[in-house]
Ligand binder design. Structure first.
Ligand SMILES: [Zn+2]
Length: 289
């Protein structure tokens, strides 16, 4: 079973915005501006992906309802799509919002936030009622972290560790592993048993040496050992259509890193499956093969 644990399913106007942003940062990016979520799903199918985590995030509070409904509509016609909820810090009554959308029916399997793009800090106290709700109900929070240089913003790992101190049972997925502050990411795994790392983009950007000097600064043997040792808490996704290349290129990067088959099985689905199982996701026999 192969799972892609990081894909973006957006309506066309937002897919276009995402790709435009990627092409501004990386003019050679191979995904054309007119790409749609249907092509994203087709690419996944062509690579043999049977299940994928789908993320979106509203840029304004008024976009929240529309995007979540859009995700549900696409999920209803797309087998294997596992939709994640999102909201904005400016939305009011967050815990009510979560209990309405997540608690009533099992249709979303956690929350994704991208604070850099959404324009708030993850340690903003207005979010605490949502964190409390997630902690209590066991749904994971996928939080974008890292790539501060790319966004021109700052999200210090110690601030994220502070959130975990306050909500110690929160199932927190540190998306992109505080790139490139990997030491802090692995350290966080020791602090909470329910902490996971999403390694999406990490190998690709190290390979690209982005930003320049990252490779030289990184003890690759140490890094490789940590990945192997923690693989049961690591998930790999493509970030398609905003990954570091075409979907095939992104998947090929993982192969190049020469990880053990045990680690690869965890990164490419087993960890994600365990997480899904823990929130009551209805797995079917093919998931376990
Ligand atoms: Zn992403």
């Amino acid at each position: 079973m192969k799972i892609d644990s990081h894909v973006h399913i957006f309506p066309d106007y937002r897919t276009k915005g995402l790709i435009r942003w990627m092409r501004k940062a990386f003019p050679q990016h191979p995904i054309p501006l007119g790409y749609t979520w249907r092509q994203v799903v087709e690419d996944l199918r062509n690579e043999g992906i049977e299940r994928f985590f789908s993320f979106h995030f509203p840029l304004t509070p008024s976009e929240t309802g529309f995007l979540n409904r859009f995700a549900l509509k696409v999920a209803s016609q797309t087998p294997g799509m596992v939709p994640f909820f999102s909201f904005h810090a400016d939305n009011s009554h967050l815990s009510d919002l979560l209990s309405w959308w997540l608690g009533r029916e099992s249709i979303f399997w956690g929350v994704k936030l991208h604070p850099f793009v959404q324009g708030f800090d993850p340690w903003d106290e207005r979010l605490f009622s949502a964190y409390e709700w997630l902690e209590e109900h066991g749904y994971p929070l996928f939080l974008h972290t890292g790539f501060d240089d790319l966004y021109g913003k700052s999200m210090p790992p110690e601030k994220i560790a502070g959130i975990l101190k306050r909500f110690p049972r929160l199932r927190l997925v540190v998306v992109h592993m505080f790139y490139p502050r990997f030491q802090e990411a692995f350290a966080l795994l020791e602090e909470g048993e329910e902490v996971y790392l999403d390694v999406t983009n990490v190998f690709s950007y190290i390979d690209m040496d982005w930003p320049t000097g990252v490779r030289k600064a990184l003890d690759l043997d140490w890094f490789w050992d940590e990945i192997e040792g923690w693989s049961h808490r690591l998930m790999f996704g493509s970030d398609h259509p905003a990954g570091a290349g075409t979907l095939r290129e992104v998947y090929a990067v993982l192969e190049r890193w020469g990880l053990s088959s045990h680690a690869k099985i965890n990164l490419r689905g087993a960890t994600a499956l365990r997480l899904l199982k823990s929130v009551g996701y209805p797995l079917d026999p093919s998931d376990l093969s």
